[in-house]
Design a protein around this ligand. Sequence first.
Ligand code: MSP
Length: 523
Amino acid sequence: MTQRYYLTTPIYYVNDDPHIGHAYTTLACDVLARFKRLDGFDVKFLTGTDEHGQKVAKSAADAGVDPKAFTDRVSQNFRDLADALNFSHDDFIRTTEDRHKTASQAIWKAIAAGKSPKGNDNIYLASYPGWYAVRDEAFYSEDELTTGADGKKIAPSGAEVEWVEEPSYFFRLSDWQDKLLEFYDANPDFILPKTRRNEVTSFVSGGLQDLSVSRTTFKWGVPVPGDDDHIMYVWLDALTNYITGVGYPETETGEYATYWPADLHMVGKDILRFHAVYWPAFLMAAGLEPPKRVFAHGWWTNEGEKISKSLGNVIDPYDLVEKYGLDQVRYYLLREVPFGNDGDFSHTSMVNRMNGELANDLGNLAQRVLSMVAKNCDGAVPEPGDFTSEDRELIDWAPSLLKGLRAHMDGQMFHLYLEAVWQAIRAANGYVDTQAPWKLAKEDTARMGTVLYVLAETIRQIAIVLQPFMPDSMGRMLDQLAVGPDHRSFFYLDGDKLVSGSALPKPEGVFPRYQEEEGKGDG
Ligand code: MSP
């Protein structure tokens, strides 16, 4: 039976200008989605835009436009980003769509219809007097706040808070503490990395307060069923996108039955509490299963500085792609930093990776081998003789390592995956040096044919397993090996070998070096 895999990015605040943080979360999902597809899974990969709430309403008002017209326009920015970064999502959700209003109202009703583990109503009407940060769309208690230089109260995220006093429905989160702790205990990998898991469990162990889940002082949101004076709290609405995406409230048939619970919600560390505390509590209260995993990745700084609009150092993903190349950027972002940790973007580290690992290690390997094949083997895959043990070590690499690569992917350890592939690339480069096929061309053409075959076959395997990270470049590398588009899944790592005698196209470099003086790759 085909295995399913459902993964999601956060839906992005629609009024933001797309930046490296957005690109990073979706890129990680894209690589995972592509890996799973190549590994034979039936994948659903969801992304989209978070379009309700006070923050978006305010941006629309500042732009002098009605919020619907405003979100219709700016939501396109995130689709454009997805195209520019070659993301392969299967669905793009906008929370202003009818399907989402239906799902949000349905989950509200399901929660309201149920009782908490202590026998209380899950939702009750009261009033909220307290602090709210529009930037985070989050409520904060007095003891979480600090006072800024200008006397204004500041949330732990750095966002300014304002005092809000209004009637509000509350979700009885306090009654769900034990159920959440039991759930974390029974599912040790629900929150990764482990350090983040510990933060969440200690937060929940410290006791939970009921959560205000509706607002009355503005209108831009999903109306609370049965009480049009209230709109749903934007995070309850936004989190619900993950089940809207699979057709909720239809749960018995269709995509919900196929894909839920989601295998993975990928998020940044700043929004972990919403995903690992509120979301499973909402779902359990609605009688639905929580997702299998929430992975919280770290944050990027720019040349050592926190990224912020006011510092003017926001990293624009379009600029990066234009300057360094798309696959180079995709590679760098997932190679440079152990996934889960914070990372620092720097031009120097980008160029080092691009020139050292892509242009030298991998690009040169392919270019040297394919040029020798073109020159010495009539431009066709050579005929190998008997394999030596050194030959076997290389040629049998990928099938035996796939198991390890799967484990790295399943743990979202992208950097370890790439390191494991680079060990093979380094081994192949070492083999070129020791076997010296350019010498064999003069002394022993039969052995040269074997060596070049082993190398070309190794490059085929490497290109196949690197496709999730660098789909375009690895596609071009596989074209140069005359590997057909329908022979590029992991099934063919072992199932296929290069066929001797197949004509190969003229070799071309895949990874240009970045040249500092000219500020451009040299093609
Ligand atoms: N709308 C909410 C999510 C709702 S999900 C039900 C939201 N949107 S956001 O546009 O602010 O999302 C930003 C995503 O980008 C988060 O995962 C966040 O962690 C990530 N990043 C924002 N800045 C970042 C960096 N500087 N570095 C890495 N990721 C960062 O939150």
